[in-house]
Design a protein around this ligand. Structure first.
Ligand code: NAD
Length: 486
């Protein structure tokens, strides 16, 4: 196993444009920080708007030739990339843990999950289909084919540095689209390391281009406004997604938006409470609560609310906070000082509004950005914390009396990404699946993500799906041809 310094020495620090690693034109480089120590891990290139346009030009110039490569060739590049990432799984895991803070065991899970998109879409590349039939009048043949959308722009968040990138890059490659990728400035190293794997797997120059920048808006704006771009795919917060949709409207771009969440986690009186607590730990604490799928509101039947709160708090209290790569760490830091301050604000506000702290409730230590895993009980239905995405290790519990109440509370949000429900009653579970207003649901589980499943939300959680057979469709246009019978 490499040491931390040896690993960091292997990570490219430039922009990747047209198959070359190049310097950024901005004078000040980007410092990538370790959230567990607040210290700089690496400094990397900082792109300007001009660099962004060079990346788009590279992508646009090879779009036609890339679209003409055989699906098998694209699939083979993805398969080789999958194997390289699998061989370097420990290095990827360590890098994710260093820049994002999650415990090594979880980072290993992200490598497996993130790399699965590479394998899955490699397999999908050779299965892009179409339709053929007669028109209803019987006067002609209808041919429906698929072709790549064209050059795409991907913007990714900091919380899953590998998976959020592979979920976009792999289907684009499989479909025959070229792409400019802008990873989050807080955790760009894993994407750079991944692109190195693509390069080694034989990806032609210009197909995938990566720009890291501290001026997201100024660098992205001209790319989105350029008529050569045909698609934007974004994962991040709803306010930024709304802004990008407005910009995308100017050129009527195809858009895929994976935005914020405010997941309800329902526990009914007939649930297996221990299983619900295990599910709650997964749904709340994966990624230190910094996941779009994180359970944000625990809606628990009044008959089991105390038992659930006390068992959940005891598991939360057992977590061992530390640097992700350190032995024994089961919970890392939040991403930065702003996030840490925001956790304190939410706890203080909730207490003011009537909640009780069962465990946690404050920051930990003077180095890094740690916040104690926190359970809040007796949170009032109209508390502020239930209306925003917490994005950290705080679990507010609200009580309910009837199933109708639970559904009303669950749907009382502008978000609609995922919901979780724990009940042993199958009929109730099926009613919930129909009545919960979310793109995904987990029944008696706290984890739904899978590369083979369509991931995405409704309402202000976004549009489009990533993963599954649906994921590649986001990068394909449908074309219809009529051939009259002669
Ligand atoms: P963010 O919206 O602040 O940033 C996301 C990305 O957008 C980053 O790369 C950032 O640099 C870039 N960005 C910000 N402003 C921009 C602008 N004006 N123009 C162009 N790019 C801009 O989100 P974040 O803090 O990185 O991530 C957390 C958010 O992401 C949460 O809301 C979370 O729910 C969401 N998320 C959603 C999913 C999903 O699949 N639905 C998955 C992961 C994270």
């Amino acid at each position: 196993m490499l040491t931390e310094a040896e690993l960091l020495a292997k990570v490219p620090t430039g922009l990747y444009i047209n198959g070359q690693w190049v310097e950024g034109s901005a004078k000040t480089p980007i410092s990538v920080e370790d959230p567990a120590t607040g210290k700089t891990l690496l400094t990397i290139a900082n792109a300007t708007a001009e660099d962004g346009m060079k990346a788009l030009t590279a992508a646009a110039d090879v779009q036609d030739s890339w679209a003409k490569t055989s699906p098998r060739e694209r699939a083979e590049i993805l398969r080789r990339t999958f194997e390289i990432v699998r061989d370097r799984a420990e290095e990827f895991a360590m890098l994710i843990s260093l820049e994002m803070g999650k415990p090594l065991a979880e980072a290993r899970g992200e490598v497996t999950y993130g790399n699965e998109f590479v394998r899955w879409f490699g397999e999908e590349a050779a299965r892009i289909g179409g339709r053929f039939g007669s028109n209803p009048e019987g006067t002609g043949k209808m041919l429906i084919t698929k072709r790549p959308v064209g050059p795409a722009f991907a913007i990714t968040p900091w919380n899953f540095p590998l998976a959020m990138a592979t979920r976009k890059i792999a289907p684009a490659i499989a479909a025959g689209c070229t792409m400019v990728v802008k990873p989050a400035e807080l955790t760009p190293l894993t994407t750079l390391f991944f692109v190195k794997a693509l390069e080694e797997a034989g990806l032609p120059a210009g197909v995938i281009n990566v720009i890291t920048t501290s001026t997201s808006s100024a660098t992205s704006g001209p790319i989105i406004a350029d008529p050569r771009l045909r698609k934007i795919t974004f994962t991040g917060s709803t306010p930024v997604g709304v802004r990008l949709l407005q910009q995308a409207a100017e050129n009527v771009l195809r858009t895929s938006m994976e935005l914020g969440g405010n997941a309800p986690f329902l526990v009914f009186e007939d649930a297996d409470i221990d299983a619900a607590v295990t599910g709650a730990m997964q749904a709340k604490m994966r990624n230190i609560g910094q996941a779009c799928t994180a359970a944000n509101r625990f809606i628990v039947h009044e008959a089991v609310a105390d038992e659930f709160a006390s068992k959940f708090a005891s598991k939360m209290g057992e977590l061992n906070l530390g640097r992700g790569i350190a032995d024994g760490t089961t919970c890392g830091p939040v991403i930065n000082k702003d996030a840490q301050d925001n956790m304190q604000r939410l706890v203080d506000l909730s207490v003011k509004e009537g909640a009780d702290i069962v465990t946690g409730g404050s920051s930990l230590g003077s180095e890094g950005y740690f916040f104690k895993p926190t359970v809040l009980a007796n949170v009032p239905e109209d508390a502020s914390i239930l209306k925003e995405e917490i994005f950290g290790p705080i679990a507010p519990i609200v009580r309910f009396k009837t199933e109708a109440d639970a559904v009303r509370l669950a749907n009382n949000t502008e978000y609609g990404l995922v919901s979780y429900a724990f009940t042993k009653d199958l009929a109730r579970a099926m009613r919930l699946v129909d009545s919960l207003d979310t793109g995904m649901s987990g029944i008696n589980t706290g984890l739904v993500s899978n590369a083979a499943a369509p991931f995405g939300g409704v309402k202000q959680s976004g549009m489009g799906r990533e993963g599954g057979s649906e994921g590649i469709e986001e990068y394909l246009e449908t074309r219809y041809v009529l051939i009259p019978n002669l």
